[in-house]
Write a protein that binds this ligand. Structure first.
Ligand code: PMP
Length: 406
């Protein structure tokens, strides 16, 4: 096991003080997390020594680049235990993956009267693209409600599954409350009725391993930047036969067999889905991020962030006037809270002056916030480089703010 100090030392961002002259306490990892030196170095080396395009040219930098690019596809395949590297399509992130799936998979299959199931706790990214296609086709979105606790209502989910449902699109972990959904139960129930399932793994893969083969989901999307990797890159997993059957998700260069002005023919998947020059440096950096995760290991990442979350829950709930939002049964390393008499946005601004970065607002999950009857919450989320000291600094700062405001 690598020591936590050694791990934190790999993140150069923490070597500097904040503009307010404070030690950086970064607690907004559910939004995006910082990059270890290995990711930064891999990208720098790529631009400095290997840079070329992928898949198209026969000179050496392009050849090297294509080789590295394909290796990362294999790394992603291994990370999520897909059956084939061809089941991995590089995207620009989770949002991009969902939009592509909505247009290329859902839209051609959807008819008036059909239904798509999402949950009340979804990030807007896992609502809006499906919603547009449903509205265009006269289909409707059905919503799995949350319980008062913030947990998903599995009985209500079961009741929504019928033969009009064309897709279940569900998040693995709520980015606003930290609820971990029972993906196995969700997929099994849909599969019993032959309904395809899409998993929004934007939050999941930074906490827990996901095995798509064991899970049996049809599609899954994630973003590199929440996984210690670069922004602007992610992957969409899809079962091989489904990806093959789909029209190209993004039309452009690099994907064709033959182009005519009336009709064109395309390469096999995943090439046919990756039109245009991809975020090559992003993909290379994602490879380094996956190496980092494999070196540290999900066991250590999960155990450490779980301990920190429990520690934070205990300490925060001891502060007078602080209320944790949701009684989450199975929680990832995300928690939302409110403080009596202080708006979440003010909290975040005041904490920033003390070097502490937390998130405030609706967390791109407005339906969830309405359900929890909160216009805004303050959100804290942990990554492998956070420490108990970070929590202590936050707690001390919150107590100070509480005293100052009252
Ligand atoms: N789904 C969830 C659950 C998320 O937390 C996020 C990012 N906050 C997204 C989707 C969208 O991810 P991205 O902005 O990287 O596309």
């Amino acid at each position: 096991m690598v020591s936590l100090d050694t791990i934190k030392a790999q993140f150069p961002i923490f070597k500097q003080v904040t503009p307010h002259g404070k030690r950086l306490v970064y607690l907004d990892n559910a939004a995006t997390c910082h990059k270890p030196q290995s990711v930064i170095d891999r990208i720098t080396k790529f631009y400095a020594q290997d840079y070329g395009t992928v898949g198209r040219a026969s000179y050496w930098p392009a050849y090297n680049t294509t080789k590295q690019f394909d290796q990362v596809r294999h790394q992603v395949k291994e990370l999520i235990n897909a059956q084939h590297a061809e089941e991995i399509v590089f995207t620009f992130g989770t949002t991009d993956g969902i939009n592509k799936l909505a247009n290329a998979y859902l839209s051609p299959r959807l008819e008036a009267g059909d239904e798509v199931i999402v949950s009340e706790m979804e990030h807007h990214a896992n609502i809006l693209a499906w919603q547009r296609v449903c509205n265009e086709k006269g289909a409707s979105i059905k919503v799995i409600p949350m319980k008062d606790t913030g947990n998903l209502d599995y009985e209500a989910y079961e009741a929504l599954l019928n033969d009009k449902v064309r897709l279940v699109a569900i998040t693995g972990i709520s980015n606003a409350l930290g609820v971990k959904n029972d993906l196995k139960a969700i997929v099994n129930r849909a599969k019993a009725k032959q309904i395809p399932v899409f998993i929004d793994a934007a939050q999941s893969l930074s906490h827990d391993p996901i095995d798509v083969t064991d899970l049996g989901c049809d599609f899954l999307a994630f973003s590199g930047h929440k996984l210690y990797g670069p922004t602007g890159v992610g992957a969409l997993y899809g079962k091989k036969a489904l990806l093959e059957a789909m029209p190209p998700m993004s039309l452009g260069g690099g994907i064709v067999k033959e182009v005519g002005f009336k009709n064109s023919s395309f390469q096999d998947s995943p090439t046919k889905h990756e039109g245009g020059t991809p975020n090559i440096a992003g993909v290379i950096g994602l490879g380094a991020a996956i190496d980092f995760i494999n070196e540290v290991g999900y066991d250590q990442i999960g155990a450490h962030t779980h301990d920190l979350t429990n520690y934070a829950l205990e300490k925060l709930s001891q502060i007078e006037g602080v209320q944790i939002v949701g009684e989450v049964t199975d929680r990832a390393s995300v928690l939302s809270f409110v403080m009596e008499g202080v708006h979440a946005h003010d909290l975040s601004t005041l904490l920033n002056e003390k070097g502490i970065c937390i998130r405030a607002g609706h967390h791109c999950a407005q339906p969830l916030m309405k359900r929890m009857k909160q216009p805004a919450t303050a959100r804290v989320s942990f990554a492998i480089y956070n420490t108990k000291e970070d929590v202590d600094v936050l707690v001390a700062a919150l107590k100070e703010i509480k005293t100052f405001m009252s």
